[in-house]
Design a protein around this ligand. Structure first.
Ligand code: ADP
Ligand code: MG
Length: 697
């Protein structure tokens, strides 16, 4: 339960002075609907109004606050396009105030002729004359307080002016109450960081331009708070899973040896290393929680199979969770082929299985007849009962969240932790690995199986589509099979589909019935059918939307064409390209871009041309884009950082990780004085899932 001290932070923005439903709606768009969200909305610049020159001394355009005497109002005729002017002066010179479409009576009241006023805004020089259009502030001399000397500038949204935003966030900061220090005092001393509330105030009431940069002292402290909360939560989950007593599963040799003997290849160094790490984990009396990270085609499947065979050798069951049915079927096929003659019973269960056959399968599962079960999330439904499931492989981990990973544990035997091997083909930069997968140990397959030829990658304008079609024709005549991926239209499956269907019809006109189409709206059976025809060579071209079918394996496919490649993330492009270059023949990849390509987009596509190493691509992508985009906003289970930005603050991650580890080692339930304060931190950054596993305190 959220501590009471945090209640003010979670109050709605509507509770602030001057925030009605309309403004609240705008605030929600740019920041969020709670006071907390406003506190995390950081200024990007300042306006310094401290300059107060005499008019005669102004030589350049500048922002200033000046004391003037109001002179004549030059009211333009009602229908005229001319602005409303007010002539003003001080003892040294003159300035015109200019208003477009003003409310006349209002200006009359604001600037009574003959009186003195303080005005603040941007002074411009036009035809050697000073002028200011729409001053930010016009106040009587005694109200000088109403003009802030330095004003923060926030990212804005329609419906809220900069002035209003600054005022509202100022109100929000007033609601923030001091919180007990959760930081290690020696760290604070070493870094010279302010306390939390002080840091918050400095961040929102900056006194100089340096203070609105992400690496200022105050902002760094706030970022560290958030990263620490992230690392603590992950470490708590990690300890929780590690704490469970696991089985000691030793390699008996029977199945593993046989498998290694009958494989048509020997393992790569990276595969051997990863399997060794897995073996060590499984021998431990605690549960394994390991991530196997490796590019498409790096050979994760055989490593996963080896891990599962350890479980089977020890008389227990294993399961693979796949994100889609197609992938589940693919695994079923390859694993059956690989284990041919080993006497291992493998079964598949998807949402499609119903009635009698499903029941028969469930019976075999509970009796222990089935050794390895493959499937979609259907394999973890309530009525799916295992005899003794001891290990689970999660394929394409990035499509599942931490929660799902935790739910998995309930399928193991009472009181015994399950070994978990998560796999991902989405290579993410090292710094991000810690923030996303910090609760797991990581093995990397950073070496490709031998014999893979580089994929010849080219970047071309979509306007050259006719040339592309000609090239496709030539390739098909030489026996190639082609993937043709159609534009990803953000957030719109309907548009995705329309574009793909149009291309499909276009290609059908040229290539006849040798073209197939798969998309997310199709029934699984239809999809499988088309895929099978492509795999069998009945189709030459497979038109597909986005990345739904990313796991499929058709070694004969040697050409990948991607339309509007600039709309894809580099990781996605990399994964798509990984679909080709799997067989003996030389492969190519065409990245087609739409009309206007920005310099940045061009640079990104060029990276694809330069390297096929997913880890390098991920690092480069991080440099060119925000971390959120690298990871893909649609993916679940990813941390959302509010104050911290992984580009600016990644150096803090390992510091926070060590901090979190050390702290939990000494104080596993966060029950010490500092521990209690750290709980508040976890709630403040909404990492409640971590606290759930602690003893209440
Ligand atoms: P991933 O799941 O990592 O994308 P796969 O496990 O599907 O990759 O392997 C890709 C291809 O490489 C498969 O056809 C597999 O048989 C082959 N392969 C895996 N390991 C090796 C190896 N050590 N030597 C040669 N080929 C391998
Ligand atoms: Mg795979």
């Amino acid at each position: 339960m959220r501590p009471e001290i945090l209640y003010p932070f979670f109050a709605e923005t509507g509770s602030l002075q001057g925030v009605g439903p309309r403004i609240a709606a705008s605030l929600e768009k740019v920041a969020g609907n709670r006071i907390l969200d406003l506190l995390w909305h950081m200024p990007v610049d300042i306006i310094d109004r401290r300059a107060g020159p005499h008019l005669a001394d102004i030589k350049f355009e500048q922002i200033a606050t000046i004391e003037i005497t109001v002179g004549k109002h030059d009211v333009a005729p009602a229908k005229s396009r001319k602005p409303y002017r007010v002539w003003c002066h001080d003892d040294t010179g003159k300035i015109q105030l200019i208003f477009f479409h003003p409310r006349r009576d209002y200006i009359g009241k604001l600037l009574p002729e003959g009186e003195k006023r303080l005005i603040s805004g941007k002074i411009e020089i036009y035809n050697n004359q000073l002028q200011m259009s729409h001053p930010d502030y016009i106040v009587p001399l005694q109200n000088r307080d109403e003009i802030p000397d330095i004003e923060p500038v926030y990212p804005l949204t329609a419906g809220i002016s900069g002035k209003v935003m600054a005022r509202i966030i100022g109100e929000a900061v007033k609601k923030a109450v001091p919180l007990p220090e959760w930081m290690d005092q020696s760290l604070i001393n070493r870094e010279g960081w302010p306390g939390w509330i002080e840091a918050l105030k400095i961040a929102h009431h900056p006194r100089n331009a340096e203070q609105v940069t992400p690496n200022s002292t105050a902002r760094t402290r706030l970022a560290y708070d958030e990263i620490l909360a992230n690392q603590l939560a992950l470490e708590i989950v990690r300890k929780q899973t590690k704490k469970k007593k696991g089985r000691i599963q030793k390699v008996r040799g029977t199945l593993i040896d046989k498998l290694l003997k009958q494989l048509p290849y020997s393992l790569t160094g990276a595969q051997v290393r990863s399997f060794d790490e897995i073996k060590k984990d499984m021998e431990q009396p605690s549960a394994m929680v390991r991530l196997l990270q490796g590019d498409v085609g790096s050979g994760k499947t055989v490593v996963a199979l080896l891990a599962m065979l350890i479980a089977v050798e020890n008389g227990t069951q294993a399961a693979i969770l796949a994100p889609t049915e197609i992938l589940a079927r693919q695994h079923y096929k390859t694993l059956n082929e690989m284990t041919d003659g080993l006497g291992v019973k493998i079964a598949i269960l998807t949402g499609r299985d119903k009635g009698k056959s499903r029941q028969a399968l469930l019976d075999d599962l509970v009796s222990g007849e089935i050794d390895i079960l493959i499937g979609t999330h259907a394999i973890f439904q309530k009525d799916v009962i295992y005899k003794n499931l001891s290990m689970a492989v999660i394929d394409e981990q990035h499509r599942f969240g931490v929660e799902q990973r935790i739910n998995l544990f309930s399928k193991g035997e009472e009181g015994i932790g399950m070994d978990i091997l998560a796999m991902t083909a989405t290579p993410i930069p090292r710094t991000l690995t810690l923030t996303v997968y910090g609760d797991m140990d990581v093995s990397r397959l950073d070496e490709k199986p031998p014999g893979r030829k580089p994929v010849d990658t080219r970047v071309m304008a979509l306007s050259k589509i006719d040339d592309v079609v000609m090239a496709a024709k030539r390739a098909i005549n030489n026996g190639a099979r082609i993937y043709w991926v159609c534009p990803l239209v953000e957030e719109s499956e309907v548009l995705d589909l329309a574009a793909a269907e149009e291309r499909y019809r276009h290609l059908c006109q040229i290539f006849g019935d040798k073209v197939g189409l798969v998309h997310g709206k199709m029934k699984v059976r239809e999809k499988d059918d088309v895929m099978a025809r492509f795999a069998a060579g009945e189709l030459d071209i497979l038109v597909a939307t986005t990345v739904i079918e990313v796991g499929v394996d058709v070694p004969e496919a040697t050409v990948m064409i991607i339309e509007h490649a600039e709309r894809f993330g580099l990781s996605q492009l990399h994964q798509l390209r990984g679909r080709v270059g799997r067989g003996a023949d030389k492969s190519s990849c065409l990245l087609l871009y739409g009309a206007a390509l920005s310099g940045n987009a061009k640079a990104r596509l060029n990276i694809m041309r330069e390297t096929e190493d997913g880890f390098i691509i991920a690092e480069e992508d991080l440099k060119l884009r925000g971390a959120g985009e690298v990871l893909g906003t649609r993916q679940s289970g990813l941390p959302k950082f509010r104050v911290a930005s992984l580009e600016d603050h990644h150096a803090l991650i390992s510091l926070a990780r060590n901090d979190a580890r050390l702290t939990l080692e000494h104080d596993p339930d966060l029950s010490s004085e500092r521990g209690k304060n750290l709980r508040i931190l976890l709630y403040l950054f909404e990492r409640d899932e971590g606290v759930k596993y602690l003893k209440s305190g």
